[in-house]
Write a protein that binds this ligand. Structure first.
Ligand code: NDP
Length: 783
């Protein structure tokens, strides 16, 4: 094309990135690639392998090894053998390695960016300007955490050997999000990249080798989902970290339940992109392009659900269509391209099938008339309107360049539509009005909210979700906790004084009027309620029957969850008020110390002195968490964005708690009070053998202004209803203070709730962290 023609059409000319270095690397190392285990390059015993293609051209890039059991075993054994040395090495030494890796990533920036584009199909503009710089930033940042480890996290150590499985949408970046914090905290890793995009992980392995990382600290095994399962189910793995589909996340949650393995899951999403009528519309359109067409929409936090205020919907859609028509789609190695290729034909077909379903369900599909390249795996940017909130295309993750649009009238409807999803990963809010923007940002249930911006990521701001988007954070201080465990200390090895532990008599008691009168009821929705089944059980002490409590069942649990779910205002009650209420509880309990002490003594057989001391401790415990209610501050993260990133510690929602037998009043308080202090609604299951310490609290609670439904108490035989509590989709998290944590983990697979096996002697920080998750609100600003 002549310059004159260009000036006339003002069209973009081709601006191809050179693939020279990448080709040289592929030629030198390929066409068959081995795996990196124990610091050596190995090929699988079986000789099994699979092919990796460039989705933009269909060209074969090489043959990748398929790791089987023997290779996974070797990799895990190598990581285990390397663990003592690596975890004992001073933070400064680990920092030096992470720093060296960061430097090498920068040095090989171009190679990595091109390899990633060839293998994945994403535009070179993205790999060059987003993926690889963020990878380097992650290693630098975590070199810092390694350096500061001892002074920042005293009492913590690494979890151990980590099995990490990552997807194909950000191959190198997901690797960095997993490996950098793991190594910083002193863990060793076995990582499997996705089958479609293994090559950049192999370049990374070479970088590890080149900086002299001790053998076995990082092991890269390649393979498909079967290899992933061999890792996540391996007996000698201490922690599993997974990013990928909610479907596979659920399989892993199930497979690891009861195994004692630590787990973090970063899963799917259907993130809302909310535009108010007072938004800067042109910026919002550009934001939306970034939200849903970045990486062809193959992004877990893609803003795939546009919610636009009714008053501007028509104008907004018009502008959007015109912008979509201008998106340049084609060769991802062209620096002027907006959208590259879909990762694989199978994924392209999935997207196509979802669109067909969207049309079948009555949605109106619009695509620009842009020509797609004849060869390769491409999909047009797509907009669905006229959809209902319950349509499949509105509810399910498409993982492609497909946007659905719904309208809303006011902010309440916007919030309700935004939260009408089983996911909770991210969201974006566009409004020039600070009240609207912040109120809506705080009301969306998600781990990251971007105000007047989207897809902001930084190593110092944790990323992750809630609900079926998984749990755990990656990045920043909050992400470091996912790779640490509390080290046992002397005080932690000492058991709390055991003053209970006997079983209650579990036979249904005779149903005479007298026994009904003497029975402590359930406490549900702020009212004392008879157990649904009408059964009661005796509570016995050394001198015989001390009283009776209701014997709860699934129906009582359902009622309690309903009451707790209806009490979510507690989460937004200000911290000062919450702390005042906890102080009232302490005060009211103290006034009845003698009565409580007598009851504890009768139930547990402890001396009067011990019982009095337990009540005094419980009072002090309520004071302690009342004090914390307004002191567990969030943070303002320092990131690369110009603006503020507010990290808020938000309550988890509804939490189920099983309380220990030992020191029943103190145990109950230590579990329930921090959760209440942080704004959660609680369903507490008191000690099975000593439940009266909790049921006697009803009157204390009633006189302490605790809103109805915030604390619910269900007594009875744990095995009869705790599984129902753990399985209930309305329960967001479980704290297991007594009973079998494995059973609770297995029962709670369906909605992937966070389960904590309570360590009664954990620090306040840990109790508070387990009571909350971090929401990062990104607020760019500037004139
Ligand atoms: P998967 O969740 O299947 O894959 C993620 C990773 O897990 C890959 O490394 C995969 O291996 C591995 N894997 C697959 N099965 C198992 C298993 N049983 N145990 C352990 N590891 C396993 O995602 P896909 O790549 O198949 O994509 C499917 C859909 O998932 C997409 O259409 C999209 O909707 C969603 N997705 C969501 C992501 C997110 O970040 N939210 C990321 C990627 C996908 P391999 O790929 O080699 O088979």
């Amino acid at each position: 094309m002549a310059v004159k023609d260009i000036l006339e059409s003002l069209d973009w000319g081709p601006a191809p990135e050179s693939d020279k270095f990448a080709r040289e690397w592929l030629d030198q190392h390929g066409p068959s690639f081995g795996m990196y285990i124990d610091g050596k390059w190995v090929t699988p015993e079986s000789g099994d392998n699979f092919e990796s293609f460039n989705p933009a051209t269909g060209e074969l890039l090489g043959t990748i090894s398929q790791a089987g059991e023997s290779e996974v075993n070797s990799a895990v054994a190598a990581a285990r053998a390397a663990l003592p040395g690596w975890s004992a090495s001073p933070g400064h030494v680990r920092a030096r390695y992470l720093y060296a890796i960061a430097r090498q990533v920068q040095k090989h920036h171009r190679l990595l960016a091109v390899i990633e584009t060839l293998d994945n199909g994403k535009p070179i503009r993205e790999t060059r300007d987003a993926d690889v710089p963020l990878v380097a930033r992650h290693f630098y940042h975590h070199a810092g955490w390694a350096q500061l480890f001892d002074e920042t996290f005293p009492g913590y150590g690494p979890v151990g050997v980590c099995g990490q499985v990552i997807p194909w949408n950000f191959p190198l970046l997901m690797l960095a999000w997993k490996i950098a914090p793991a190594l910083a905290a002193g863990n060793t890793v076995v990582l499997k990249p996705a089958e479609f995009t293994s090559i950049s992980a192999l370049v990374f392995a070479e970088i590890c080798n080149s900086v002299g990382l001790p053998p076995g600290v990082v092991n890269i095994v390649t393979g498909d989902g079967k290899t992933g399962a061999l890792i996540t189910e391996h007996d000698d793995i201490d922690k599993v970290a997974f990013t990928g589909s909610t479907e596979v996340g659920r399989i892993i949650r199930k497979a690891t339940a009861g195994s004692g393995k630590a787990l973090t899951l970063e899963l799917g999403g259907k993130s809302p992109f909310i535009v108010f009528e007072d938004a800067d519309i042109d910026s919002a359109i550009e934001g939306l392009v970034n939200a849903i067409w970045f990486n062809q929409g193959q992004v877990c936090c893609a803003g795939s659900r546009l919610l636009v205020q009714e008053s501007i919907a028509e104008r907004f859609h018009e502008k959007l269509r015109s912008r979509m028509a201008k998106l340049r789609i084609g060769d991802p190695m062209n620096k002027a391209i907006d959208m590259g290729a879909i990762v694989d034909e199978s994924q392209r077909k999935t997207i196509d099938d979802m669109c067909k379903l969207g049309c079948d369900e009555g949605g109106e599909m619009w695509q620009p008339s842009t020509e797609l390249p004849e060869q390769g795996c491409f999909f047009l940017p797509t907009l669905f309107t006229n959809v209902s909130p319950s349509s499949t295309i509105v509810q399910e993750e498409v993982f492609g360049p497909v946007l659905v649009s719904l309208t809303f009238r006011n902010h309440k409807e916007a919030i309700s539509l935004a939260n009408n999803t089983r996911y909770g990963l991210a969201g974006s809010v566009w409004s020039q009005d600070i009240d609207t923007a912040l109120e809506v940002a705080r009301s969306i249930r998600a781990g990251a909210i971007w105000v007047n911006c989207t897809n902001q990521f930084d190593a110092n701001a944790g990323f992750g979700g809630c609900r079926e988007s998984g749990f755990g954070r990656e990045g920043g201080r909050e992400g470091m906790y996912a790779y640490m465990r509390t080290l046992p200390s002397e005080s932690q090895t000492e058991k709390m004084e055991n003053s209970g532990g006997r079983k209650a008599t579990t036979e249904p008691s005779s149903s005479g009027a007298e026994s009904v009168d003497r029975t402590a009821k359930m406490y549900i929705g702020g009212k004392q309620k008879r157990p649904d089944g009408g059964y009661t059980m005796d509570v016995t002490g050394p001198s015989g029957t001390v009283g009776q409590v209701g014997r709860g069942n699934r129906k009582d649990i359902r009622d309690a969850v309903e009451a707790a779910s209806g009490a979510t205002k507690w989460a937004t009650t200000n911290a000062h008020t919450r702390s005042q209420i906890l102080y009232y509880i302490a005060e009211n309990l103290e006034q009845r110390s003698a009565e409580f002490a007598a009851r504890i003594s009768a139930m547990t057989g402890s001396t009067t002195e011990a019982a009095e001391s337990e009540v005094a401790d419980a009072v002090s415990e309520w004071f302690r968490w009342a004090a914390w209610a307004d002191k567990y501050d969030g943070a303002v993260h320092e990131t690369t964005m110009h603006g503020l990133v507010l990290a808020l510690n938000e309550p988890l929602g509804v939490v189920g708690v099983t309380c220990p037998d030992e020191r029943p009043l103190c145990g109950f308080t230590r579990l329930v009070a921090p959760l209440l202090a942080m704004g959660n609604s609680v369903i507490a299951v008191p000690s099975e053998s000593n439940p009266l310490a909790a049921t006697d609290l009803y009157q204390v609670l009633e006189t302490s202004d605790l809103p109805a439904g915030v604390l619910n108490i269900v007594t009875g035989i744990h095995s009869e209803f705790v599984p129902a509590l753990a399985a209930h989709d309305g329960v967001d998290s479980m704290w297991v203070g007594t009973g079998d944590v494995d059973e609770v983990q297995i029962a709670s697979v369906s909605n992937m709730k966070r389960v904590w096996k309570v360590n009664m002697d954990a620090s306040a920080d840990e109790f508070l962290r387990q009571s909350t998750h971090v929401k990062n609100i990104w607020l760019p600003h500037g004139l």
